[in-house]
Every structure is written in structure tokens, then in C-alpha cells.
Design a protein around this ligand. Structure first.
Ligand code: IFM
Length: 459
């Protein structure tokens, strides 16, 4: 227990940590042309030559559109409290302004029922990056109208599932959409607008606010946003590096969290861009208290001053001397603790319980296997990040849930099928699922923690 007022709770007061595993629709569903699905920016991306590293189109992959019962059985046997999955906007609303697609709604509805029957709480992500192409053609997240189109889709979903789903993430990782999707073009919609991408921050947050309002008015349970956070480290103590690290921290972390948790945007004038397109009432909606704040954490980021001719005022630098994942991301669980501490210090009482919405790692693994892959590096990664969470809770930080990304090997966006994050191996040609050693490890860990709790030993 510290004297810091933002950590006023003692570990004894915290509810037991909940366990979850996550997936996302476009990454696992495959079957892009089945059952009346419409077209999203990710269809455009995968069909653009050279955009995806291995040329994969997300099909068949896990083919969860058809094999979803296997996924639920795997989640249930793991012993998780919840399954985090996203809905495909273009399956639910293949065409904006036209009637919703009954086939998709019924299929998601069955999935919710089967999860509940299996004793696993459905935790629905309303938006995980697959914007309808028709909306992108009208400006996508640069256009305020997209926030209201999203609200229209959320009304449909909440009307269909809100009687049984009581936990909702609104928008997943708005920072990735803004920076990688609209600023530098690594992800769909592959725009390269640099700081002219910033209106997408506000329109995604407005979409979050509108969705939250709809869920609240429907009495449909608990809701919050989930963003990717990173611990930003300055390359040196020098003023230029420290200033550059501050700008990157602002862009990656504060630009999204401040309006949600503080009701205001940080000053972005140093980027030489116009103010964000905020209308009256927007910030009140965006900062309306949520039930949780979602944090996806993978790695810290080292930042230094940019070269004088660079169009951006910082440079992302490698972190030497630490192990890395298959993506080359530095492994540093202490970075997760830094993120949690920063959130507590910056937002104090305005910070609701934190839900770790994603944590996990890809490592090189074979495309085919006949046995459980011994993914010791993933076990080590997860164990060390879980230890960081346990220590944070012991120090009174209210981290309510830990979610592993991902239940399954899946389509890793621009990297296609080349990065495997799953607890369960998937043969992307046959869709056959084979649990890895990390799956058994997590199942045993969850069971052991529950066993100790039931025996009255620890939380
Ligand atoms: O696969 C992604 C996920 O869709 C969003 N968060 C990061 C993961 C790993 O890159």
C-alpha cells in the first residue's frame, strides 16, 4: 500500500482477477463471402496487391464463422470467465441504411446463447477495425457522420443481443486506427495523412461515447473503451529526446485517454495541426464515466528526437538487450506496470477499474503440427506479465481482468498468417485447432488460483 491517493484500495478490497481470452471477427471468421456479409476496409486491404506480407486474405484461417462452437469449447475448457470476441459490422449491416442481416444476427445470437450455456460470459467488442468500405469512401473516421453510422449499427446490435450480453467494449485500439491506419498506412484503410489523421481520434471517441449512451439507455450492462497503451522511454536524458518522447506519449497514450478520463484533449499545437473537430457536448459524452478502462499492452517504446528533415518530431528506436517476440517487439513486463502506474497517477479517481483487454506474444511456430507445440517463450511472456498484474493489484491498483491475446492463431492484419499469437495452434489451410503447451499452462494456472481462493488462501 502506498500513500498515493490514486491507489486508495488495498488488495484485500479487490474482487478476484477475472480471466479472459480474446479474438476479433476479421482475424478469425474467414468466410468473407458467406451469409450476405458486406465489404469492409480489410477486404479492400487484403485484395490490394502486396499489402499483406504473405498474400493471405484471412481465409480460410480459423474459419470461425463456421467453427465457432469449437472456439467456445476451447474457451470453456480453459476455464476463463469470459470470451472477448468482436462482431463484424458488415455482417450485421452489409449495407448502411438497409435492413440488418438476419443471418448474421441469428448466428451471433446463437453464439451468445452457447457461451452462456457453457458458463462463459460473452464480452463483445463492437468495433475491431473492420469499417464498412462504403463509409470509408465517404471519409471513414475522418468524417463525423461515421460516428453516427456506428451508433446506428450499435442500436441494431444492442436491440438483438442486449438482453443477454451485459459486457461491451466499444472501440478497440483507436490509436492503431489513427496512427497505423490513417497516419502511416500500415493498416487499413492505408492512408498516409500523418498528423492530418487526427480528426479520426475524435470521431472514434465520439463513436465510443454514442455507443456507451445507447448501451446505458438500454440498461444493457457494463461498457468501456479499450486502447493500446505503451510505456514511452526517452532515448536519453537530453532535452531533445525527452521532448520527443513526450510528444509520442501524448500521441499514443494521452490523446485518447485524456478526453475519456478527463474530458479534455491535451494541447496538440506543437504538431502544427488544427484543433480537433469537437462540437458542443462531445466531450461530455466522451467522458461520461465508463464501467472499466480497457488497456491492451504488448511492449514499451523507446523514442528519440527526429532528424531535422523528418516530417514527424520523433523517431522510434530499438530497445537493445532484452528478448523480443516474433514481431521483434521488446519483452518488458515492467512496461505494463509503468502504464498502469501512469494511468493511476494521471487520472486518479476518474480511472475506473482497469481491464487488460489484450496481452500476449507471437513467436515463430510451424504452420502444421500433429502435437501440442511447446511454446515455452509464450508461457514465460504471459507468466511475467501476469506477475506484474498481481504485484500491481497487491499494491492496490484495481486491475479487474486479464485477457490473453489470443485464443487462436489468426490473421495478423498486414502480416497475414506469419505471426502466431494463439494459445491454440491453427493450421490456416485446414482450420484444424491444436492446443499448445501455453493453453494447458493457462488452464492449470486458472484452476490453481481458483482452487486456492476456494480454499480461502489468497485472492
Ligand atoms: O492482433 C492484434 C489485435 O487485433 C489488436 N491488438 C494487437 C494484436 C497483435 O498485433
Amino acid at each position: 500500500m502506498t500513500d498515493d491517493p490514486s491507489r486508495s484500495r488495498h488488495a484485500r478490497d479487490l474482487a478476484p482477477l477475472r480471466w479472459s481470452v480474446a479474438t476479433a471477427a476479421f482475424q478469425i471468421e474467414g468466410a468473407r463471402h458467406a451469409d450476405g456479409r458486406g465489404r469492409s476496409i480489410w477486404d479492400d486491404f487484403v485484395e490490394s496487391p502486396g499489402a499483406v506480407l504473405d498474400g493471405a486474405t484471412a481465409e480460410p484461417g480459423p474459419d470461425s464463422w463456421h467453427r465457432w462452437r469449437e472456439d467456445i469449447a476451447l474457451a470453456a475448457a480453459l476455464g476463463v470467465d469470459r470470451y472477448r470476441f468482436s462482431l463484424s459490422w458488415v455482417r450485421v449491416q452489409p449495407e448502411h441504411g438497409r435492413p440488418a442481416n438476419r443471418l448474421a444476427i441469428d448466428r451471433y445470437s446463437r453464439m451468445v446463447d452457447v457461451l452462456l450455456e457453457a458458463g462463459v460470459t460473452p464480452f463483445v467488442t463492437l468495433y475491431h477495425w473492420d469499417l464498412p468500405s462504403a463509409l470509408e469512401e465517404r471519409g471513414g473516421w475522418l468524417d463525423r457522420a461515421t460516428s453516427f453510422a456506428f451508433a446506428d449499427y450499435v442500436e441494431v446490435v444492442v436491440g438483438a443481443l442486449g438482453d443477454r450480453v451485459s459486457d461491451w467494449y466499444t472501440i478497440n485500439e483507436p490509436v492503431s486506427t489513427t496512427l497505423q491506419g490513417y497516419a502511416i498506412g500500415e493498416l487499413a484503410p492505408a492512408r498516409t495523412l500523418l498528423f492530418d489523421a487526427l480528426p479520426t481520434v475524435h470521431h472514434q471517441l465520439l463513436a465510443h461515447g454514442l455507443a456507451q449512451q445507447i448501451i446505458r439507455s438500454a440498461g444493457a450492462g457494463r461498457v468501456g473503451i479499450v486502447n493500446n497503451h505503451t510505456a514511452v522511454r526517452s532515448a536519453s536524458e537530453g532535452d531533445d529526446d525527452v521532448a520527443a518522447a513526450g510528444v509520442y506519449d501524448l500521441l499514443h497514450n494521452r490523446l485518447f485517454a485524456d478526453p475519456v478520463l478527463r474530458g479534455e484533449y491535451p494541447d496538440v499545437s506543437m504538431l502544427g495541426v488544427p484543433d480537433l473537430p469537437v462540437a458542443d457536448g462531445d466531450l461530455a459524452l466522451i467522458s461520461h464515466p465508463s464501467d472499466f478502462y480497457g488497456v491492451n499492452y504488448y511492449n514499451p517504446t523507446r523514442v528519440g528526437a527526429a532528424a531535422p528533415d523528418s516530417p514527424i518530431p520523433f523517431e522510434l528506436l530499438p530497445i537493445e538487450g532484452v528478448p523480443t517476440t516474433g514481431f521483434g517487439w521488446p519483452i518488458d513486463p515492467q512496461g505494463l506496470r509503468v502504464v498502469l502506474d501512469q494511468l493511476a497517477a494521471r487520472y486518479g479517481d476518474a480511472l475506473p477499474p482497469i481491464v487488460i483487454g489484450e496481452n500476449g506474444a507471437s513467436f515463430p511456430e510451424p504452420d502444421q503440427t500433429s502435437h501440442a507445440i511447446d511454446d515455452a517463450a509464450r508461457i514465460d511472456y504471459l507468466a511475467r506479465h501476469l506477475d506484474a498484474v498481481d504485484r500491481a493489484r497487491a499494491d492496490g491498483l484495481d486491475v479487474a481482468e486479464f485477457t490473453v491475446w489470443s485464443l487462436l492463431d489468426n490473421f495478423e492484419w498486414a502480416d497475414g498468417f506469419t505471426q502466431r499469437f494463439g494459445l491454440v495452434h491453427v493450421d490456416h489451410r485446414t482450420s484444424v485447432r491444436t492446443p499448445k503447451a501455453s493453453y494447458s499452462w493457462l488452464r492449470d494456472r486458472i484452476a490453481a488460483v481458483r482452487g486456492r481462493r476456494e480454499a480461502g488462501v489468497g485472492a
